[in-house]
Design a protein around this ligand. Structure first.
Ligand SMILES: NC(=O)c1ccc[n+]([C@@H]2O[C@H](COP(=O)([O-])OP(=O)(O)OC[C@H]3O[C@@H](n4cnc5c(N)ncnc54)[C@H](O)[C@@H]3O)[C@@H](O)[C@H]2O)c1
Length: 359
């Protein structure tokens, strides 16, 4: 019988998959303290994890662990070096949350453009007659939006932007012009140049050393004054201090943030008091439908792994039994063979390659 540790509760629909399954026993834990995790992970065969950090020293304690199944698509909370060193497979719920996040971006974009909070407050506080004194809202129609990162979420977002008849530009060095044009987007190669002409920018890149602080003061100071920036990717992709400064200097119109560099954000984070910012607590994917899909897919990935039929698109690292990614990424093989895991960057390049083949 395989033992599964469910770190942080998931939707009951996922638990149902192993509840009555004679091949599995499981435990759901909420405590994510490092010492507690070390004691719990020791004799587990599989782990599901949401946003808690899975540090190298925790993974190194897991003598039997074969699979880490991420509830979501980001993997920056997992120590990849230890995952690799211990021959552990890492799976993600590749397609489960793209629509929910893309809808959340539209919600944030519309809320800021339409001054949703201000209008709501005006009526509720009995100031209906002040409506002519309120600042005007803006339309999305005919506006330029830049999608940075054109993976699953970026591709779900472009359809919604087209629904609003926006002109969509895409910045993603790993995706071809042809692919972007097939989706009705316009490829841009230079983020700095392109961002000068945008009315909105939405970020959908992973957090890594290349994307950290990709939106910073140097970029912000050259943007259009009416630009709205949305970050539902990862905190750290936008420099929060620079963003606060740019908003206070009226360099851009507003920002919608679902994610923060430190979560939960420090109470002294100036963005919490900035009324040009619209915030949500990393809940872009928290629709009932999406949580059900992610809960099920997280556990199904573990079951499929042990049945040796894990979906390629849900596979992030597969290094067991010396089987690298030969069957998945033949054109990248020469690079991979040399030193595939020498840097997280190369690993990501392969990941991107797999996703783009699958999309
Ligand atoms: N807010 C949430 O709840 C939530 C939910 C899901 C995902 N996310 C975040 O959103 C990110 C995107 O998710 P996804 O499923 O679309 O991932 P994905 O892997 O399908 O797509 C990421 C895209 O970013 C591109 N990219 C990588 N490095 C880049 C760079 N330096 N510049 C520009 N583009 C670059 C890749 O080529 C890829 O197309 C995830 O990495 C995750 O951090 C957040």
């Amino acid at each position: 019988m395989k033992k599964i540790l469910v770190i942080q509760p998931i939707h009951e629909a996922g638990i149902e998959l192993i509840k009555n399954n004679p091949d599995y026993e499981f435990e759901v834990i909420e405590n994510t303290d490092i010492e507690f995790l070390k004691s719990k992970i020791k004799d587990c065969d599989g782990v599901s994890i949401r946003t808690a950090k899975l540090a190298g020293e925790v993974i190194d304690c897991a003598n039997k662990l074969k699979i880490i199944s991420r509830h979501g698509v980001g993997y920056d909370n997992i120590n990849l070096e230890s995952t690799k060193k211990n021959n552990i497979t890492l799976a993600i719920t590749a397609t489960a949350n793209a629509v929910a996040v893309a809808e959340h971006v539209m919600f944030m974009l519309l809320n800021i453009s339409k001054k949703g909070n201000m209008y709501d407050e005006t009526v509720k506080s009995g100031k209906f007659n002040d409506r002519n004194k309120l600042p005007k809202t803006v339309e999305l129609w005919n506006k330029n939006i830049l999608i940075a990162g054109f993976g699953r979420i970026g591709q779900a977002l472009i359809k919604r932007c087209h629904g609003f008849e926006m002109k969509v530009f895409v910045y993603d060095p790993f995706v071809s012009k042809e692919m972007i044009e097939k989706h009705g987007g316009i490829k841009v190669d230079n983020l700095e140049e392109a961002s000068k002409d945008m009315d909105a920018i939405s970020l959908h890149v992973p957090l890594n050393e290349k994307t950290k602080n990709i939106i910073n003061y140097d970029l912000l100071k050259n943007m259009k004054k009416n630009c709205i920036i949305i970050n539902a990717a990862r905190g750290g992709v936008i420099n929060e201090i620079d963003l606060d400064k740019a908003l206070n200097e009226n360099l851009i119109l507003g920002a919608g943030l679902d994610v923060f560099e430190i979560e939960p954000p420090d109470p002294n984070n100036p963005l919490l008091k900035n009324n040009k910012v619209f915030l949500s607590p990393h809940t872009a994917a928290f629709t009932e439908e999406c949580m059900t899909r992610m809960g099920k897919e997280t556990i199904q990935n573990i079951i499929d792994f042990f049945d040796d039929k894990l979906e390629k698109s849900n596979l992030f690292l597969r290094i067991q039994m010396g089987l690298l990614l030969q069957d998945l990424v033949p054109p990248l093989l020469p690079t991979i063979q040399n030193n595939f895991f020498s840097s997280i960057h190369q690993t990501m390049a392969c990941n991107q390659y797999i996703h783009h083949q699958e999309l």
